[in-house]
Design a binder for this molecule. Structure first.
Ligand code: K7E
Ligand code: CUA
Length: 651
């Protein structure tokens, strides 16, 4: 009774204090801290009070960290780093769980325990984010990972058998039929050896269509195929949608097929690959390619079905068209009617019309063919507009109101321009106009608007993913963080101010996608006790209460453990040196956030077991001794006591 009284008095006290505050207090704090009205407005737009949640969620590539970052918008609070290509001790990733999935990403049998993640892709239904799965590519070793957004954990890594580096992934087709992975630097298939003097004959580009099985939540390699492409460096890709559904677009640089060699007085790659005024946009009919693959018109290369270039030409699967040189982004507009390409060295964005592309294909309006016989659609026949936006245009996203947004690397700015004017602007004439530029700090790469690459962009917020931060933050040594800058794009035709800076000090993210938070339905505890996240099913072998035991079988020992606040059962586990130990553990909690760890010294083991989760680890007890294992999550006040002894008797 007394306690209740005291706490209600305390609550009254806080309420009274709040009531006494006024805008005068805000002004005096602002004055004291030197904040302008714009600063206060930015704070009011981004501050999310304790206990309230963000309206949008960003899935950002983690760059060199090989992970994916989950960030709330507008608060720009980091919620989680999802372990993907790189071991991550907190989640136990590579230290007891996820080891087999990490091993799927081995390259020719060799572990490559980092990733260069560039492009995350949320799964789509009818061209709109559905919030079920996330895919991300690894540029350095041409791998694609599948993350299940029920538990935000990586479920699969596929290694591309043909290409050694990828950049045109991960992008999904409108119903996530396929995950697109375009290669980047050309090599002989499988990264086999060939002298670089044989570049034109032996080196190849490729695009791989990974079939996604939504029921299984996995890529189905047996239903996947690739297409052979010329040894241009294919760059980004995007799938057509609505009117252009069934097509995909890939741009490329190095149509020169330069091979570098600065040390032999050859032009360095940088100059060699930028000699031509144009490169090639690749226009691919993937639905038709799928039919060709299913009809068996493929060669098996490195054990993988590949549609050869000649087949693609004969079957009318692929067309090229010139695009401004060194492009960095092909982005399909929300209605699927326009493809926007930026050549880094041209101050315009070039807008292609899908309607015109279709007509040019039907009428064979070619300006020639490339060295490999791929038909080149006449540029003038397929271009709708060129819009001057500024220096170093890279990537484009879209708003709900007929605006497009393009990142300008050299200008360090975000440009807003009108997408033809037919999106409700009411102008009778096509309207392709730059309307506004907001400076950002500094050197923006990608940008991400809320659902800005879907059939129904939300507008409202846009994040500039800036490569440099220079003077924006305290310098933590000479390696400076990147800077995610949040822009308010909610006011049409008006200013779009920067309202928040978020330093990213864990690698260089490239792209990110922003989804409405209410489209995500993550579990907060696993559905049932004994759930195995690796299979997303109940594990029949999962230890249950009263079935805990240590049992010896031949040369091995099986341990069945449960974890609950604040003890392990059993607490003594004795094995013999050389025993093969199979240790199954289940967290039998049902309370939200009641996660337990399982950390074993000497054996490089740490698990994170979320409520309901089961995991199995195997190791050889090759080092004798006494090893206190403990729960590495601070799960309760008696958490220090949540431990046990692994005793390994010497031989
Ligand atoms: Cu850095 Cu999409 Cu790999 Cu542009 S990419 S920035
Ligand atoms: Cu369980 Cu700490």
């Amino acid at each position: 009774m007394r306690i209740a009284l005291a706490s209600s008095m305390l609550a009254c006290g806080i309420a009274a204090q709040v009531a006494a505050q006024s805008m005068n207090d805000v002004q005096s704090v602002a004055k004291e801290r030197g904040l302008t009205t714009a600063d206060l407005l930015a704070a009011a737009k981004t501050y999310v009070p304790s206990g309230q949640k963000d309206e949008y969620i960003i899935f950002s590539s983690g760059g060199h960290s090989g992970q994916v970052f989950v960030i709330g918008v507008p608060s720009m609070r980091l919620l989680r780093s999802i372990a993907v290509f790189t071991p991550e001790p907190w989640q136990g990733w590579g230290y007891g769980v996820g080891n087999e999935i990490l091993a799927e990403g081995n390259v020719n049998g060799k572990a490559n325990l980092w990733g260069d993640t560039h492009h995350p892709a949320i799964s789509e239904t009818k061209g709109d984010y559905d919030g079920e799965f996330l895919f991300v590519n690894d540029k350095i070793n041409a791998r694609v990972a599948v993350i299940d957004l029920r538990d935000f954990e990586t479920k699969q890594i596929v290694k591309n058998p043909l290409t050694v580096s990828d950049h045109g992934g991960a992008f999904v087709t409108p119903n996530t039929e396929y995950v697109i992975e375009g290669g980047q630097y050309a090599t002989p298939f499988g990264a086999d050896y060939a002298p670089i003097s044989e570049y034109r004959e032996k080196f190849r580009g490729s695009v791989t269509m990974w079939k996604f099985d939504r029921i299984k939540g996995r890529i189905d390699k047996s239903q996947s195929f690739a297409m052979e492409l010329p040894p241009y460096w294919q760059d980004l890709s995007d799938a057509g949608k609505l009117v252009s559904d069934g097509y995909m677009f890939l741009n490329s640089l190095n149509s020169e097929m330069a091979t570098g060699g600065i040390e032999n007085k050859q032009p360095p790659f940088e100059a060699g690959v930028s000699r031509n005024a144009t490169d090639y946009l690749h226009i691919i009919n993937w639905k038709k390619a799928e039919a060709v693959f299913k009809a068996g018109k493929v060669d098996k290369i490195k054990g993988f079905p590949v549609i050869r270039m000649q087949t693609a030409i004969d079957e009318g699967l692929i067309y090229l068209t010139p695009e401004p040189r060194s492009p960095h982004g092909v982005d399909v507009a929300p209605k699927g009617d326009f493809m926007v390409v930026s050549g880094k060295l041209d101050p315009h964005v070039t807008v292609y019309s899908f309607d015109k592309i279709k007509k040019a294909i039907a009428n064979r309006t070619y300006s020639g063919s490339d060295e490999y016989g791929l038909p080149i659609l006449d540029f003038d026949a397929v271009v709708e507009a060129q819009v001057e936006v500024g220096l170093g245009p890279l990537h484009t996203q879209f708003g709900p109101d007929g605006y497009a947004y393009t990142s300008l690397f050299l200008d360090s700015a975000v440009a807003r321009w009108t997408l033809g004017g037919e999106y409700g602007k009411g102008t009778p004439e096509p309207d392709w106009t730059l309307v506004h530029k907001t400076p950002v700090h500094y050197n923006i790469g990608h940008l991400g608007a809320a659902e800005g690459d879907t059939v129904s962009p939300d507008g409202k917020y846009l994040v500039a993913f800036n490569k440099w931060s220079v003077d924006r933050f305290f310098p933590p040594g000479p390696l400076l963080p990147q800077n995610f800058q949040l822009l308010d794009i909610s006011h049409q035709g008006a200013d779009m101010p920067v309202i928040y800076d978020m330093p990213i000090g864990v690698g260089e993210p490239h792209y990110a996608q922003m989804i409405k938070a209410d489209k995500l339905h993550p579990w907060t505890v696993y559905p049932e006790i004994g759930w195995d996240p690796a299979t997303q099913t109940l594990d029949p072998m999962a230890p249950k209460p009263k079935m805990e035991r240590v049992e010896r079988t031949g040369d091995g020992v099986n341990v069945y453990s449960t974890l609950v606040r604040s003890h392990f059962t059993p607490e003594h586990v004795t094995v013999k040196q050389g025993d093969h130990v199979t240790w199954r553990l289940t967290n039998i909690e049902r309370a939200v956030d009641a996660t337990h760890g399982f950390a074993v010294p000497q054996y490089n083991i740490n698990l994170s077991l979320e409520p309901g989760e089961t995991a199995t680890i195997e190791f050889v007890a090759d080092v004798p001794g006494t090893f206190p294992f403990y729960c590495s999550e601070f799960c309760s006040a008696l958490h220090l006591e949540m431990m046990g002894y692994l005793m390994v008797e010497p031989k």
